[in-house]
Design a protein around this ligand. Structure first.
Ligand code: MN
Length: 708
């Protein structure tokens, strides 16, 4: 059990000028506030804040953080108010305690939706001061250490939350030992049998491993000394959970895990790190692909080290990490190392880069489910580092692709990206970026995002930017459409306030967007405005994004058409007899008077029954071309030995034009029937017909000199 004088003594070792009196007062204040309360273990409650403060002292945290540790549960669990804390210890401490209290109120283990929202609040509430997160980690670590007193279902909830939220958070903050201890504790509570089994196996080999460890420590140390390097070499066992995870991931037994040992070589300066690496590689054969230089390219949490894996004696794979003393301190305690007491030194804002990125993202997020997806990603994936053309380094998650990079540079660069050069070579959007790639993004002002891009992005930032672009686009479309409908039905751009109220709309824009989405039917609008009948919607000037002929029945101007509201992108025009609209209620449909701009062309299907003889296909296509229509697609089906059925998708201006095309085909000798094809076409043996269509298209582009 921790005692307050031990904590203050430790504080004095690294912060000689600390105000011990103030820490003691915080202890008395907390003890007084929690008087009479007990932990589930039966211990007096004050043992918990004391233990938290002790963990913080072991991280070398400053006086304020220790005081926050002592007070962290007072506001939540006792009569003490934030004002009391501010009064006795100042605003700074009150803010920190408030931050920890807010996180304490967050429940992660509800539904996923809720989880994300809460996590978001947590980060927003705390990102201002990372010390809050460090106190929370210490709090959670102690709660995990005493989890055995909880009921099993509570253990599971807290354990899972720790594994999914706090251990990754500790990792991201670079506090490695907290991450490892949390993982091992979760492992012991959630999978007690596997944990016990692994532990007993490990115990069986412990002597063996310890001997190997000592021997290797000696060997490496000696080799370095021979070359005149001063270094300390420490071997250690991997932590249980990482062994367990590896066994699961690789589906292997304990006996098949060869890299149970890891070694750390700590040297005086950076240059010596590389020298030591060279010596170790000359001593033992390095495993290809396992060398990583985190000194030249630090991890985003600030971690620096050289990593390598070598084949040691008896084919033992050993991991070796080489670093300086300063890098080591940072590797152990991470961000906390920067918050540790240092005379007259402030924080280094660069270490909070990832936190800043997360909070930026939070402000742009509307959809919590999307956010959870983003956050999980952000906490778990490793990074790749790529260079911009100017040589700036960009960290991206592993698996990131060119569009991720483009959006990372700037949202507008992303939106207008038309291509990419990787290391000088033109590459496509699906290429995965590798460490050290140099990326050059080509842009065009005419380019805009496509939905397919969502398949090629990995970063939450890019995904959000693209989704947001589409959301904005859709919104504009529906509002424009709604405005159009309003004008065409009641002849005005706005309605009276009472009409809005009758239709349950908050304002004019709300009404327009509901009309545009089809949530309010034309009939309802007429009723609310007490008008009799609506003129059909005139469709001449509508943009393609608002109105598009349906691809099932392929209507063309002159046909009797009806509009159908599409959930997200405007109105689909259907042939009045199309089976897709026959059964729909009136409110989902809209009367349309379709008069396109001259020169616009539309696709429609025609079916030709003709004698199956040589040259027939060529002649039909030639006559279609002569009638100035384009051919978009062709499907072919053998009816009987004598007759063939050809299905064309042709591009025409309207019904009159289509009639000319049909007449032109009928002129051919051997054509039995030409009809319009208004229903979806599907054939067995698609493969064959597609091939023919392809060939035909080739033939056409040659013939017409690329007219189409
Ligand atoms: Mn607590």
């Amino acid at each position: 059990m921790s005692r307050i004088f031990e904590i203050t003594e430790q504080l004095l070792t690294y912060a000689p000028k600390a105000d011990i009196d103030r820490v003691n007062r915080a202890y008395v204040f907390a003890a007084h506030a929690h008087a009479g309360q007990t932990r589930i273990s039966g211990d007096p409650y004050i043992t918990h804040p004391l233990a938290v403060a002790a963990i913080l002292a072991s991280l070398g945290m400053d006086e304020s953080t220790l005081i926050t540790g002592l007070l962290h549960d007072t506001v939540e669990d006792t009569d003490v108010t934030l004002d009391d804390v501010a009064h006795h210890f100042g605003e700074d401490i009150a803010n920190l305690v408030d931050g920890v209290t807010k996180i304490g109120k967050i429940q992660f283990h509800s539904k996923e939706h809720k989880q994300a929202e809460n996590f978001r609040k947590m980060l927003l509430a705390t990102a201002k001061d990372p010390r809050v997160l460090i106190v929370k980690l210490a709090d959670r670590l102690h709660n995990m250490r005493t989890l055995g007193y909880m009921r099993p279902e509570k253990q599971r909830l807290i354990g899972e939350e720790t594994l999914h939220i706090y251990a990754p958070l500790a990792h991201r903050l670079g506090i490695h030992w907290i991450k490892q201890e949390m993982e091992d504790l979760v492992f012991s509570f959630l999978e007690p049998e596997a944990h016990r089994a692994l532990l007993s196996k490990l115990e069986g080999r412990l002597n063996d491993l310890n001997q190997t460890r000592a021997r290797l420590e000696g060997l490496i140390q000696e080799a370095l000394q021979r070359k005149g390097l001063h270094a300390s070499v420490q071997g250690r066992m991997k932590h249980l959970y990482s062994i367990h995870e590896k066994m699961q991931r690789k589906h292997v037994n304990f006996d098949e895990i060869f890299d149970l040992l890891a070694f750390r070589v700590i040297v005086d300066d950076m240059a010596t790190c590389y020298q030591a690496l060279g010596i170790i590689h000359s001593l033992y054969r390095p495993v290809p692909g396992r060398f990583k230089d985190y000194i030249a390219l630090p991890k985003p949490n600030g971690y620096q080290s050289l990593h390598t894996t070598v084949i040691g004696p008896e084919n033992f794979r050993i991991e070796v990490q080489i670093r300086t003393e300063a890098m080591h301190a940072y590797a152990e305690d991470g961000v906390a190392a920067h918050w540790a007491y240092k005379d007259g030194q402030g924080e280094n804002p660069e270490n909070y880069q990832w936190l800043k990125q997360l909070t930026e993202l939070l402000h742009e997020t509307e959809n919590p489910a999307e956010f959870l997806e983003s956050i999980r990603l952000d906490l778990f994936v490793q990074e790749v580092y790529v260079f911009s053309r100017d040589g700036d380094i960009f960290p991206l998650p592993r698996g990131a692709r060119p569009l991720d990079f483009a959006y990372e540079v700037h949202t507008d660069i992303g939106h207008h990206c038309i291509g990419v050069r990787i290391n000088g070579e033109v590459s496509d959007f699906s290429t995965r970026l590798r460490n050290g790639d140099q990326i050059e993004i080509m842009t065009s002002p005419d380019q805009s995002p496509s939905r397919q891009w969502l398949q090629y992005v990995k970063t939450p930032k890019a995904r959000q930017a693209i989704r947001q672009w589409f959301r904005r686009q859709q919104r504009e479309t529906t509002i424009q459409l709604g405005e159009r409908l309003l004008r065409d039905t009641i002849g005005k751009k706005e309605v009276k306030a009472q009409t809005l109220k009758r239709l349950h709309c908050s304002d004019q824009e709300d009404l327009k967007s509901k009309l545009g989405r089809g949530d309010i039917a034309i009939g309802q609008l007429l009723e609310a405005t007490e008008q009799e009948s609506a003129l059909p919607l005139k469709l001449a000037g509508l943009s393609r994004t608002m109105m598009h002929p349906a691809s099932c029945c392929h209507p063309i101007p002159g046909d009797r058409v009806v509009g159908r509201f599409h959930a997200t992108n405007g109105i689909e025009l259907h042939h009045r007899k199309c089976s897709h609209v026959l059964d729909l209620a009136d409110r989902d449909l809209i009367e349309v008077d379709w008069q396109p701009k001259p020169g616009q062309t539309f696709r429609t299907g025609i079916e030709v029954r003709a004698q199956n003889r040589r040259g027939m296909l060529a002649q039909v296509t030639r006559n279609i071309a002569t009638a100035n229509a384009g051919i978009e697609d062709l499907k072919l089906q053998q009816r009987s030995g004598r007759m063939t059925e050809l299905n064309f998708l042709v591009e025409v201006e309207d019904r009159v034009h289509l009639a000319q095309v049909i007449r032109a085909i009928r002129l051919i000798d051997g054509v039995a029937r030409v009809t319009r094809h208004n229903q979806p076409v599907s054939f067995p043996g698609k493969q064959v017909t597609r091939q023919i269509g392809e060939t035909l298209r080739d033939f056409f582009s040659r013939k017409q000199g690329g007219k189409r």
